[in-house]
Write a protein that binds this ligand. Structure first.
Ligand code: HEC
Length: 135
């Protein structure tokens, strides 16, 4: 049986080999940064410019806590879609929808102990005032 050729490995362990590997690492870091910023750019729909700051907070909370199941654009995945007026039809008021969000239902976790009152209000308003108008 042929022995494994460890030549390249041995060569890379020379100090010179290690130094010359750094520029490549920088290149890799740049690619990672570019990919991450591309992901951020394809996040959830943004509130209109100049909108109430709470809606921007709501967008950030939605992206962090909800998008994994309802998808960034609210079109649904593991959880149902939340766009196209759905929450407006199913919850008459912000308060009704906050009550649902606090306790959850089935595979939908409750957020009453994870989000404070202002955060609950912000993310619910975001789904009603921004997400509901898309899709
Ligand atoms: C682990 C997955 C998951 C996460 C995270 C999640 N949801 Fe859900 N969500 C679901 C599922 C599943 C349902 C359907 C529950 C049912 O009807 O039994 C649901 C239902 C809902 C509904 C009800 C829709 C309707 O028409 O009645 C709303 C509103 C909602 N989610 C909002 C949110 C918000 C806002 C967040 C973030 C704060 C969130 N969800 C996070 C899975 C999730």
């Amino acid at each position: 049986m042929r022995r494994l050729d460890l030549g390249p490995l041995r060569r890379a362990s020379y100090a010179g080999g290690v130094r010359s590997a750094f520029p490549r690492l920088h290149g890799l870091a740049l690619v990672v940064v570019l990919v991450l910023s591309a992901c951020a750019a394809s996040g959830s729909p943004a509130p209109a410019e100049g909108a109430d700051a709470a809606l921007f907070d709501g967008q950030a909370i939605y992206e962090r806590q909800c998008a994994s199941c309802h998808r960034a654009d609210g079109s649904g995945g593991r959880g149902p879609r939340l766009n196209r007026d759905r929450v407006l039809v199913n919850y008459e008021t912000v308060e009704d929808q906050i009550q649902f969000l606090e306790v959850g239902r089935g595979a939908m976790p409750g957020f009453g102990s994870r989000l404070d009152a202002a955060e609950l209000d912000a993310v619910v308003r975001y789904t009603r005032e921004v997400l509901a108008n898309t899709g």
